[in-house]
Design a protein around this ligand. Structure first.
Ligand code: ZN
Length: 112
């Protein structure tokens, strides 16, 4: 059972780690900040806006176990990009290829 308490889009005053792709939210960049109660436990979560958009698209918020972990998210990104190459433009930033490569690198790392 998950209850969202706060949903905000602040500008980063320092670098943060994205809870979805594990990348860096760079100082000065707008990001998604949420606080929630997960089974009675207070949680904070930060993510890139593009990652949050993807997570919502993948239905990460609909799962009963409180959402999607970063590994599940990376898998979903790969499947989505493979199956929907024509939909990449509106979703990813102008630097989408670098973004995908970066995700791929991270995915390889987390299989170690
Ligand atoms: Zn991210």
């Amino acid at each position: 059972m998950s209850t969202i308490l706060t949903f905000a889009t602040p500008t980063a005053r320092k670098d943060h780690a994205c809870g979805l792709c594990r990348g860096t939210i760079t100082k000065g960049e707008a990001y998604i900040y949420t606080t929630s109660l997960e089974n009675g436990e207070f949680c904070t979560f930060k993510s890139h806006t593009v990652c949050n958009t993807l997570a919502v698209k993948f239905g990460a918020d609909d799962t009963d176990d409180g959402g999607m972990d970063d590994y599940g998210f990376l898998e979903e990104v790969w499947v989505y990009v493979r199956d929907n190459p024509s939909e990449r433009d509106p979703i990813f930033t102008a630097d989408e290829d670098a973004y995908i490569r970066e995700l791929h690198t991270k995915e390889e790392k987390c299989q170690d």
